[in-house]
Design a protein around this ligand. Structure first.
Ligand code: GLU
Length: 420
């Protein structure tokens, strides 16, 4: 049977759990998802036809608080993928110590071939279908691949219609006009920047003049390009799913952003060599930022990665085999559960602001985000040193972050006890 991404997530968990003193019962609990909800629902399309869509909402673990995690709209969505993404959210929220468990949702659909009206119908019906397990104190969705603030606005409105009041805390990543937080849009990328800066600081280096290649030009990838460029790095390669460009003397990030606004592919950028999404990973650069989807850096290409630091803006871009190869080659992988946790961290700030009905300025969001990300990096780094002291250099950053997270979730589970 072919290995799924859920098998990968479990493998990562079990390998890290081996490095803890967790007993087998706790391992068994944490290696499973608490709830999988599958929904199939009809949507009226513009031509008058009805189509039935399939979607999921999976909650992995709620020991540390309500579950949290995005919703993706894509033809590739599967239940196993959503399970993996839900488990990763549990570790992610634990690594940055925000009081949530992990969840994820997805609908199998091709949003690029749907009208705005069809997308709204789909979102509202999916929101209603999963509302039986979602709620501001239960499970709080957010954007992920191919979903955005507008979709979160429809989601919030739909659940508010059911509750009879404006239930802003039920979803994050909303537009600021209706209870969103300043700084949420670029939060994932800003978190990547903060952890990359920490990793460089540890080596006595800075971002100044470092070359950066970015795979994926959605929310995470595009803001990463502008933030890393503004922080002094040189963006030498970018791509979206259709292709991209490499130029060793650097790309004009404002021009890339304009192409994106016009919905033009990065492959149209005039000045440089064409690269496809796989080739992008192998371009010469100091820092590689995979910011697309899972399963990109594998045993097939890990020995050709030229970057010294990989910052995982995407969830699950590196397989366990590739992790080992990169570690042996001395490449530092800042793992997704740490590197891209800026998104959910500012989601947490948004939820706190909604519940308190008191909104922060941008400066406060950035300051608090930096505090959280820097502390998480340092916790991970200390754990890495401890584990390498015990087991040697084969231990990598992902395992250190996992051990940290697993211990926190296990501790919460032990304190709460097993009901009844
Ligand atoms: N989808 C983002 C992630 O994978 C954000 C989740 C959230 O804000 O709840 O971390």
């Amino acid at each position: 049977m072919e290995r799924t991404i859920w098998d990968v997530a479990r493998q990562q968990f079990f390998e890290a759990a081996e490095l803890t003193d967790l007993d087998d019962d706790l391992k068994e609990i944490l290696s499973q998802c608490n709830r999988d909800l599958t929904v199939r629902f009809p949507v009226c399309m513009d031509d008058g036809s009805i189509r039935v869509f399939e979607g999921y909402r999976v909650q992995h673990n709620q020991a540390r608080g309500p579950t949290k995690g995005g919703i993706r709209f894509s033809p590739e969505v599967t239940l196993d993928e959503v399970r993996a993404l839900a488990m990763w959210m549990t570790w992610k929220t634990a690594v940055v110590k925000i009081p949530y468990g992990g969840a994820k949702g997805g609908v199998i659909c091709d949003p690029h071939n749907m009208s705005l009206g069809e997308l709204e119908n789909l979102t509202r019906r999916y929101a209603t279908e999963i509302s039986i397990i979602v709620g501001r104190e239960k499970d709080i969705p957010a954007p992920d691949v191919n979903t955005n603030p507008q979709i979160m606005a429809w989601f919030m409105d739909t659940l508010s219609m059911r509750s009879g009041f404006s239930d802003t805390g039920v979803v994050t990543g909303k537009p600021v006009e209706i209870g969103g937080s300043l700084g949420r849009l670029d939060a994932t990328s800003r978190g990547c920047l903060y952890v990359a800066e920490e990793a460089l600081r540890e080596r006595g280096e800075t971002l100044e003049g470092k070359t950066v290649a970015i795979q994926g030009f959605g929310n995470a990838g595009s803001f990463a390009a502008s933030l890393f460029a503004r922080a002094g790095a040189r963006v030498v390669a970018v791509c979206d799913s259709q292709g991209g460009v490499y130029n060793s003397s650097g790309l004009d990030v404002d021009r890339l952003m304009r192409l994106k606004q016009e919905s033009t592919t990065m492959a149209e950028y005039p000045d440089g060599d064409r690269v496809d999404p796989k080739q992008l990973l192998e371009q010469p650069c100091d820092i590689l930022i995979p910011a697309a989807v899972e399963d990109q850096i594998t045993e097939a290409n890990a020995d050709r990665i030229q970057a010294r630091i990989v910052v995982e803006a995407a969830n699950g871009p590196t397989t366990p085999e590739a992790d080992r190869i990169l570690n042996e080659r001395g490449v530092t992988v800042l793992p997704d559960v740490l590197a891209n946790a800026g998104g959910v961290t500012v989601s947490y700030f948004e939820w706190v602001q909604d519940l308190g009905s008191f909104f922060w300025d941008e400066e406060r969001v950035y300051r608090e985000l930096k505090r959280v990300m820097t502390a998480a990096y340092r916790d991970m780094s200390a754990e890495l040193a401890r584990l390498q002291g015990l087991h040697g250099p084969r231990i990598n950053h992902r395992q250190a972050a996992y051990v940290l997270a697993i211990q926190r979730v296990a501790r919460a589970t032990q304190l709460r006890g097993i009901y009844p």
